[in-house]
Ligand binder design. Structure first.
Ligand code: NAG
Ligand code: NAG
Length: 268
């Protein structure tokens, strides 16, 4: 059994320890954690150099919120960042959070009995994920190859983004009319609707593709014009979901737009 002096000495040590500890807590200079301390799994998968992950996470954010402007390929140093983001749990989680916000907004909409309450979805990286294609094509680090891409579209093998399928079905059940508005071409209609159905999407009100006359029109203009047609047809576009700002901006915009993540390619 410990003697009284020993216990007192122990208590004194504890006291000194807590004084040192609390004086450290009152240090006037705010110390930012070092990069290594904050390094998460994703940032450590960013690149070979130490700040690659940090840079790529910042580049990704700038790109998602449209600060980066147009780009044709991901920065080459960000290949492993994008690969890790897309194939790890983060992409799925980001999509799910957006799907939940979308649904929360949708449930505030007062549906009219005229059946004209609408929601617009883009397809690629919005309803469907082309991750299997991009896994074979460097996650956006390769220059876009149209003939390869067309082969992939014809295969009709793109899976659904699970949270988008959930949102789609919930909106349908709530009575929204769903319009699918894509930059894919009219000649890809059959393969596209086949792919949507295989992935679980059914009962859309309209599937709108780029016609021959939409040839050289920028995506923002083409999509705005098609949304205008819907508005002129008496539809109220409450929500719009897309992975590109060109899916969402322009005119005849939805009351709420939901930007899904896509660090692999940019469409202006
Ligand atoms: C999204 O909502 C569902 C249903 O309310 C919930 O189970 C899930 O945890 C939410 N997901 C996220 C990432 O918040
Ligand atoms: C695009 O891919 C096809 C194969 O699908 C290939 O034959 C062609 O050379 C590629 N084009 C370029 C510019 O890399």
């Amino acid at each position: 059994m410990a003697s009284r002096p020993l216990i007192s000495a122990f208590l004194l040590l504890l006291l000194i320890g807590s004084v040192i500890h609390s004086s450290a807590a009152f240090h006037p200079i705010i110390r930012l954690p070092t990069e290594r301390e904050t390094a998460t799994d994703s940032s450590s998968h960013g690149d070979d150099d130490d700040d690659g992950g940090l840079y790529c996470a910042s580049w990704h954010l700038a790109s998602e919120i449209n600060n980066a402007g147009g780009w044709t390929q991901i920065p080459s140093r960000c290949l492993s960042y994008v690969k890790y983001y897309m194939t790890g749990k983060r992409y799925e989680s980001d999509c799910e959070v957006i799907g939940n916000f979308s649904l929360a907004f949708a449930s505030t909409v007062e549906m009219a009995p005229d059946g004209k309450d609408a929601w617009v979805f883009d397809i690629d990286e919005a309803l469907l994920t082309n991750l299997p294609y991009y896994m074979d094509h460097g996650f956006g680090s390769e220059v876009f190859n149209e003939s390869c891409w067309d082969e992939w579209v014809a295969s009709a093998k793109a899976p659904a983004i699970p949270s988008s399928l959930k949102l789609y079905n919930a909106l349908k059940q709530m009575g929204f009319k769903i319009f699918v508005l894509t930059g894919r071409s009219e000649h890809q209609r059959q393969d596209t609707s086949k792919n949507l159905e295989l992935a679980g999407y059914t009962d859309w009100e309209g599937l709108i593709l780029r016609g021959a006359s939409d040839g050289g029109i920028p995506a923002t203009v083409y999509k705005s014009e098609r949304r205008s047609v819907l508005l002129n047809g008496g539809y109220r576009i409450h929500g719009s979901s897309g992975d590109q700002w060109s899916d969402l901006l322009g005119f005849a915009v939805a009351k709420r737009s939901f930007k899904l993540p896509n660090p692999m390619y940019y469409i202006g």
